[in-house]
Design a protein around this ligand. Structure first.
Ligand code: AHR
Length: 511
């Protein structure tokens, strides 16, 4: 099915519902904080088929690879300009001992993956991860083991990776094939220490963080940003305690929030079979990210008014029930147009909080939760979420432009949410990018855009939409949800009017 045909189908659908009218003001004369490129980060845990199968197939695999790493997956991921990649977990991080994953592959121990099941053969360790990060051009974000490791183990891992000295550990790295040290700009002290990372109280974790962070050292010119385990969802007490007791020792604090359609972990909802009510509920839950960031940031402001420490949302995304017939622990789920809408609206929230949010890592990069790529042996497919990340990469490192939007409400039963979400930025070349999401499943939106302090002469755009709210890309039909040029706008006398189709993500480039 071609994109043109899909667009026609979409247009037919739109004719059934009257369009919303709304106004959007881009304050180009009031530039705000730079959008940290790391907001477009990814997360790769030893979980399900993410590392083994999705990334790592081994040198002897029939699947084309470079030193065991899949060529097709790397080539696709490079389209996203991934700025930073978090590894090895997640819950797995607090049971991972780095020495298991270095040296000759045949001598590496096989350990149970106690968090997610199965046995980890440790074929993918520090050297393989760093090679992957280099292939992608991404910075390494290493998540250290606080839960079952010692400060000494943490300190030695960092020395092994980053020291250029004549020390025994630096020489061991050389012996294992890497002469020059790697750069490790981000290092987290534990993961979810309130849960799988040790079930700690915030007071206890704050002390542990201060102790371990002391031994997260800078060797040979490497500068590490030390990240403390933060809260999940609305656990504001955790953030307050950490900020009160450990602000000085940290460069950032994390936040985890997953969108579960039902809000009930035991019955989350299906990734692909859902009705309009569940579409609305999912988007309403995803939009709560804005409230969580605002409230955690408010607490951070109290202890860190200069905004020195960043809020790093290093796990976010949709989480559905496991695919019927698939391994429960593997967290494999399909990805539909609904996930693209969640991604677009959430990335707009991060952009709009660029003064405090300095990193975000969607969970997870391949084959797990809200993935960019799905694989099935030698086959691979780009998800709708992948395309949103590709469209939005123009915001990486650009200066945020405040957006004022008078969006009507999209209601379902008692609940109502803004029908449109938006963010904008100006890049180093002076181009403005405006990303707009229409959350309404069957109503288009006419958006009249006013840009202050700038004359717009040229516009172009790209759109992601699909015939149905649960349209998806499969291995047999990989291009059902794919971006196409957007022509539904009028530009006259620097006034831009967008005719946004229902259930769509649009990114405009303005000059
Ligand atoms: O992303 C899956 C899991 O979710 C991570 O391992 C953990 O940190 C979180 O609970």
């Amino acid at each position: 099915m071609t994109n043109r045909f899909l667009f026609c189908l979409g247009s037919f659908f739109l004719m059934t519902a009257p369009a919303w009218s709304q106004t959007l003001v881009l304050r180009a004369d009031q530039p705000a904080a730079v959008i940290n490129k790391n907001i477009y980060g990814q997360f790769a845990e030893h979980l399900g088929r993410l590392i083994y199968g999705g990334i790592w197939v081994g040198k002897n695999s029939a699947i084309p690879n470079t030193n065991g790493i899949r060529n097709d997956v790397v080539a696709a991921l490079k389209e996203l300009s991934i700025p930073v990649l978090r590894w090895p977990g997640g819950c797995f991080a607090d049971e991972y001992h780095w020495r298991d994953g270095i040296g000759p592959a045949e001598k590496r121990p096989r350990r149970p993956n106690a968090s997610w099941g199965g046995v980890d053969m440790n074929a993918f360790g520090t050297h393989e991860f760093m090679e992957l990060a280099e292939m992608l051009g991404a910075d390494a974000y290493i998540n250290g083991n606080l839960g079952s490791g010692s400060p000494q183990e943490m300190m030695e891992w960092i020395e092994y990776m980053t020291s250029d000295s004549d020390s025994t550990l630096a020489n061991l790295r050389r012996q294992n094939g890497r002469e020059k040290p790697w750069r490790v700009p981000y290092f987290a002290v534990g993961n979810e220490s309130w849960g799988c990372g040790g079930n700690m109280r915030p007071e206890y974790y704050a002390d542990e963080f201060r102790r371990y962070a002391t031994f997260v050292k800078n060797y040979s010119g490497n500068r590490i940003q030390k990240l403390a385990v933060g809260a999940h969802d609305d656990d504001y007490a955790w953030t307050a305690t950490l900020m009160e007791r450990a602000t000085k020792q940290m460069d950032g604090i994390t936040l985890h929030y997953y969108t579960v359609p039902s809000g009930v972990w035991a019955h989350k909802g299906s990734a692909t079979r859902f009705d309009e009510k569940e579409w609305h509920a999912t988007l309403a839950r995803a939009l709560r990210m804005d409230e969580f960031i605002s409230r955690h940031a408010e607490i951070m402001d109290k202890y860190d008014p200069q905004k020195r420490a960043g809020l790093m949302v290093d796990e976010w995304g949709t989480w559905y029930d496991p695919e019927p017939g698939k391994d429960m622990g593997a967290l494999y789920q399909q990805n539909t147009l609904r996930d693209a809408i969640v991604a677009g609206a959430t990335l707009n929230i991060f952009n709009n909080h660029s003064d405090r949010v300095r990193m975000a890592n969607i969970a997870q990069m391949v084959n797990v939760l809200q993935a960019m790529i799905l694989t099935d042996n030698e086959r691979m497919v780009r998800t709708p979420t992948f395309y949103v990340f590709r469209m939005y990469k123009v915001h990486q490192g650009a200066t945020r432009i405040p957006v004022e939007l008078s969006a009507p409400r999209y209601a379902s039963g008692e609940s109502s949410i803004p029908a449109v979400s938006a963010s904008a930025s100006r890049d180093a070349a002076g181009k403005i990018h405006l990303s707009v999401v229409n959350l309404e499943p069957d109503r288009s939106a006419e958006v009249s855009t006013k840009i202050t302090g700038l004359q717009i002469r040229r516009a172009s755009g790209e759109i992601l939409t699909a015939p149905a709210i649960n349209s998806m890309n499969t291995f047999d039909k990989p291009d059902v949800v794919a971006p196409s040029p957007f022509t539904g706008y009028k530009l006259a006398n620097s006034q831009l009017v967008l005719d946004l189709p229902a259930r769509s993500v649009v990114v405009m480039e303005l000059e």
